[in-house]
Every structure is written in structure tokens, then in C-alpha cells.
Design a protein around this ligand. Structure first.
Ligand code: HMG
Ligand code: MG
Length: 303
């Protein structure tokens, strides 16, 4: 069995993580988090989302956060854009990549972005065209690819329908997301295989929430298929305001530990990443969600 020789991690903590916090995090602290992540070697960071401030007030400082970044060459800064209005704001804020997100389930689509799956795809068409015209990459994400908080099980056929629609839209990349963290390895492989029917291996990624403790196993199952790009979240932050009970994404620290243990380079400095996780966890007054960070802190206390 040969695993990928290198893996890229997209830290989605500043967006997926902080969108779900009851307490508002100041823009300056979000900026500091992004800086710490890039200093730790992350070269892809999902910074914010250009969504309605009524729907997700936590991201209403999107433009201020983007404007405050000290950008590092070689780092890709992305943001979610659910419609043309969000795209125009993201363009003005000089993001490098926009993310459009469609659900594999109708109910989640309505709860999350207030339209049907088909309508969402039609909204993404002008976004994708305008992004490409402006020279930006477009990442498509399929939410609820492994299960839906309202409808339960989601079939690989439903995943493939959205994958085909995303391909038809012309997005550059497809992420397969387990929004509520219910997926198990075989099921994850089946969903990814449907994505791989429409996108090349280099342009398919996994996004696993860890609600049921399966996320690392799901990362490994993806590696077995050759998938080498994952969304992860520093300190295991994350969730979705429209998926009650879903916990954070798999912690970036834990995935880095897994990958380095497998001899797969990531370009990420684990101690610096743990410092970034400590910074945000302290600010949120809660223990880190990273098992590796907790274990290493316990080691340090002992020695
Ligand atoms: P809507 O209410 O149907 O929008 O919301 P509308 O077009 O009818 O407009 C209503 C008002 O919203 C108008 O303002 C617009 O200007 C404003 P008003 O005239 O009433 O003052 N508006 C906006 N404002 C700022 N930015 C925008 C924007 N669009 C409209 N882009 C909408 C539709 C999509 C906007 C809304 O449902 C929304 O913002 N949803 C976002 C929900 C969200 O962010 N969810 C979390 C992210 S997805 C996720 O976490 C999953 C993921 O991690 C992968 C995974 O784990 O599965 C990606
Ligand atoms: Mg998510």
C-alpha cells in the first residue's frame, strides 16, 4: 500500500472554528491566529466567510480580518462565498481563493443557505465565472456528504450528483465534507470515490468533523485512496451553526502528528502549531480539542 508522499493541510479554524463560537472573537485576535498559523508553516488558510451577518454574525468582520493580514508569499488565503454579493466583497478584500458550498441533502441546503441544492448551484455559476475572470481559484465543497442532521443517512449517489454539478460549474477543486462527523472509513472511501469520478486525485480533499471520534480514521482511509489535501482545524475548533451538535473539525495538530509518524511531510512545525492552538484555546477559555497538544502539555508538566 503506498500513501501520498506529501500532504497539504488547509487550516479552516479561523472560519469553520470561529463561526461557531457563542462569544465574539475580536478581529485582531483572528488576525493573530492566522499569523501564528502561517508562522507554523500552514500555506493554505481559510480565513473567513463573506456570508450574511444576520445569519453568521461571528464572520461579520470578514473585511477587517482580511485587511489586517500581513500576507506571506506562498500562502493561499481563502473565504466562503455563498452568492455573488459575498463574492464581490471577497474580491474587494483580495482573497486568493473562494469557496462555494452545496449540500448533498436538500434540508441542510435550505437551513444553511436558504435555497434548494439546485438553486445553490445556479447561484454559484456567476460566482465561479467571475472568480475565474478575476484569476481566482474556486474550491467547491459538498456538505453533509456522509450524513445530514435533518435527513440522516446520505447516499454516495447524492454525493455524486453534487460532484457532477460542481464539475459542470467548472470549480477547480472538490472537497468532500462530513459536516456532522458521522462518517466511518469505508463510507468515506465510497463518497470520495464518487468525487474522484469527476475530479482528478490532485483536486479532491477531505473535511472531517470529529463528532463521533472517526475523523483521524477517516483521514487515514482517504490517504489510502491517495487523497493528499485535507481541511483541518487548529485546536479542533469548528462546527456549523446550522448543524446542531456537530463538533469541531479534526485537529490540525493531530493530523500533523499522524502524518509525520507515517513519514509524510507537511511543512508544518508541530510545536509552533501547538502554540497557535494554545493561543486560541486560552482566548476562548477552554481546553484545546487536540489530543496531541494535550498529551504534549502533560509530558512537559511531568518533565
Ligand atoms: P437570504 O436571507 O436568503 O439572502 O440568505 P437574500 O439574498 O434574500 O438577502 C437577504 C439579506 O442578506 C439582504 O440584506 C442581503 O443584502 C444580505 P437586506 O437587504 O435584508 O439588508 N446578504 C448578504 N450580506 C452579506 N454577505 C452576503 C449576503 N448575501 C445576502 N454574502 C445567504 C442567503 C446565503 C446569504 C445566507 O443563508 C447565509 O449567509 N448563509 C451562510 C450560512 C453559513 O455561513 N453557514 C456556515 C458555513 S457552511 C459550513 O460550515 C460547512 C463547511 O464547513 C463544510 C462542512 O463541514 O460541511 C463549509
Ligand atoms: Mg465544516
Amino acid at each position: 500500500m503506498s500513501l501520498p508522499s506529501k500532504v497539504t493541510l488547509v487550516d479552516v479554524g479561523p472560519r469553520d472554528g470561529l463561526q461557531n463560537e457563542a462569544q465574539m472573537v475580536a478581529a485582531e485576535h483572528k488576525i493573530e491566529l492566522v499569523h501564528r498559523l502561517q508562522n507554523a508553516g500552514l500555506d493554505a488558510i481559510e480565513v473567513t466567510s463573506f456570508v450574511s451577518p444576520r445569519w453568521v454574525p461571528q464572520m461579520s468582520d470578514n473585511a477587517a480580518v482580511m485587511a489586517g493580514l500581513q500576507r506571506r508569499a506562498g500562502v493561499r488565503y481563502s473565504a466562503l462565498t455563498p452568492n455573488r454579493q459575498g463574492f464581490e466583497a471577497a474580491l474587494a478584500a483580495k482573497v486568493d481563493e473562494v469557496v462555494v458550498f452545496a449540500a448533498a441533502s436538500e434540508s441542510f441546503s435550505r437551513k444553511n443557505i436558504n435555497c434548494s441544492v439546485a438553486e445553490s448551484i445556479e447561484r454559484f455559476r456567476p460566482v465561479t465565472q467571475a472568480a475565474h475572470a478575476a484569476g481566482l481559484r474556486v474550491r467547491g465543497v459538498i456538505s453533509c456528504a456522509l450524513g445530514c442532521p435533518y435527513e440522516g443517512d446520505v447516499s454516495p449517489d447524492a454525493v455524486e450528483r453534487v460532484a457532477r454539478a460542481m464539475k459542470d460549474l467548472g470549480v477547480d477543486h472538490l472537497g468532500v465534507a462530513d459536516t456532522i462527523g458521522v462518517g466511518t472509513p469505508l463510507k468515506v472511501q465510497h463518497a470520495l470515490e464518487r468525487a474522484l469520478r469527476h475530479f482528478p486525485l490532485d483536486e479532491v480533499s477531505g473535511h472531517f468533523h470529529d463528532t463521533y471520534g472517526q475523523a483521524l480514521a477517516n483521514v487515514y482511509a482517504s490517504l489510502q485512496l491517495g487523497i493528499h489535501i485535507f481541511d483541518t482545524s487548529v485546536a479542533g475548533l469548528g462546527g456549523c451553526p446550522y448543524a446542531q451538535g456537530a463538533t469541531g473539525n479534526v485537529a490540525t495538530e493531530d493530523v500533523v502528528y499522524l502524518l509525520h509518524g507515517l513519514g509524510i511531510p507537511t511543512g508544518i512545525d508541530l510545536p509552533a502549531l501547538i502554540d497557535a492552538g494554545t493561543f486560541i484555546s486560552t482566548l476562548l477559555h477552554r481546553p484545546t480539542g487536540s489530543r496531541v497538544a494535550r498529551a504534549m502539555a502533560a509530558q512537559q508538566t511531568k518533565s
